[in-house]
Design a binder for this molecule. Structure first.
Ligand code: SF4
Ligand code: SF4
Length: 384
């Protein structure tokens, strides 16, 4: 038996609109029943970078403020936190809190996390991540609420509740994890282990305005108009995937959570409280170039299998630098775990022989100058 999922309409971040919508979607699953007076409740938001709320890269602060009000009503204290890429430190997070508007949450009784220490976890039941580093503030709280943003993602196709828990790993360590858990299947399994370890009591997805295109930081805001809530991050993500029309082959976390039996095989198997049909977007701008993964994973003929095996490296999506947009800031070289990027007098250049296709460069380029491209030959091969 899987956890129910609630979906509710929310077309604006104005408090008079989003606060009642959030209350409604949470109440539909009795989502805050676990909150008792005196508890400390950690709200793990998505604060991927110091980007303004209108960029639709981060969990919107007005929703977080509304959630803080609900937690305070129950006599508990909300603590808001995340570890974006880069240093997990007070100066770095202060910039992020300010830019994203998250400082507003303090006016709603929240504490912004100020514990920047790290710990090591052992998790014997994990499929992949039997040991991992995590941000110790999560030990300071009695329960965790996972408040994600619905966006496209270069490596994972989609980021929502499951991927959001990668922010429990200190930002400076994240690049290593692409080597420890290489390939999208193992990486997705590691993300699911994090969810199993931290077991958020409630998972919320801000799909009021999502991000389409070159996500998770440089895409385009796209109105979806929905809030999603579930005790299960997997059931929440299954519905989120349906809203933006992303297939299992394009979304490794969805594929792996189904394979691990953590959610139904399709949305039809979910118990959904509310009507999701008005929020399904047929032409959501996915990272379409990831569709070459379909031919890599599921060739239809023997010839296709031979072709895809021999051309795997040619067919796979690649990060491509848009030279005219590159300002040579060096951020891509700084975050690349493989040392595959060189930046100097000329725009960034990627050494294909070193690139492990983690798409960290695409994620962190402040100018959106790196895109995920699908080679033309992949489109031809997909016909076989
Ligand atoms: S991060 Fe983007 S803008 Fe900066 S050097 Fe790399 S490609 Fe150019
Ligand atoms: S070049 Fe980009 S995609 Fe390739 S390994 Fe470096 S950060 Fe990852």
């Amino acid at each position: 038996m899987f956890e129910p999922v609630a979906v509710a309409e929310c077309r604006s971040y104005l408090p008079k609109v989003c606060a009642p919508a959030l209350r409604g979607v949470i109440e539909a699953i009795d989502g805050l029943d676990f909150v008792k007076p005196g508890m400390k409740i950690g709200i793990k938001v998505n604060l991927i970078a110091a980007l303004k709320p209108e960029r639709a890269a981060t969990t919107h602060f007005e929703l977080v403020c509304a959630l803080c009000d609900l937690i305070r009503e129950k006599g508990a204290t909300p603590i808001v936190g995340d570890s974006p890429g880069g240093a997990f430190s007070s100066p770095a997070l202060k910039i992020v809190y300010r830019a994203t508007g998250m400082t507003e949450a303090e006016r709603h009784g929240a504490l912004l996390n100020s514990n920047f220490s790290q710990k090591e976890a052992r998790f014997e039941e994990a499929k992949e991540a039997k040991t991992f580093a995590y941000t110790a503030w999560l030990d300071d709280v009695d329960a965790i609420i996972n408040f994600a943003k619905l966006k496209t993602h270069g490596m994972m196709g989609m980021t929502a509740a499951v991927k959001n828990l990668f922010g429990t790993v200190p930002g400076s360590i994240k690049p290593e994890y692409h080597f420890r858990f290489p390939g999208e299947e193992r990486f997705a399994s590691m993300l699911i282990d994090l969810n199993e370890y931290f077991k958020p009591q409630l998972n919320l997805i801000d799909a009021v305005i999502g991000m389409e295109g070159n996500g998770p930081t440089a895409g385009t805001p796209r109105a979806i108009g929905a809030l999603i809530a579930s005790r299960s991050p997997y059931c929440a993500d299954l519905l989120a995937a349906k809203l933006i029309g992303i297939s299992d082959l394009e979304a490794p976390t969805v594929r792996v959570m189904k394979a691990r039996g953590l959610c139904p095989q399709s949305v039809e198997g979910l118990e959904i409280r509310g009507d999701y049909a008005p929020f399904v977007i047929e032409d959501y701008g996915l990272i379409a170039n990831r569709r070459s993964l379909e031919v890599l994973n599921n060739p239809k003929t023997a010839f296709g299998r031979v072709l895809t095996k021999s051309l795997r490296s040619v067919l796979a999506p690649k990060p491509v630098v848009l030279k005219e947009s590159c300002v040579r800031c060096g951020k891509c070289a700084e975050v690349c775990p493989a040392g595959a990027v060189a930046v100097g007098e000329k725009p960034a250049k990627i050494d294909r022989s070193k690139c492990i296709r983690c798409f960290c460069c695409q994620e962190f380029c402040p100018k959106g100058a790196i895109e995920v491209h699908r080679p033309a030959i992949a489109r031809i091969a997909s016909r076989f």
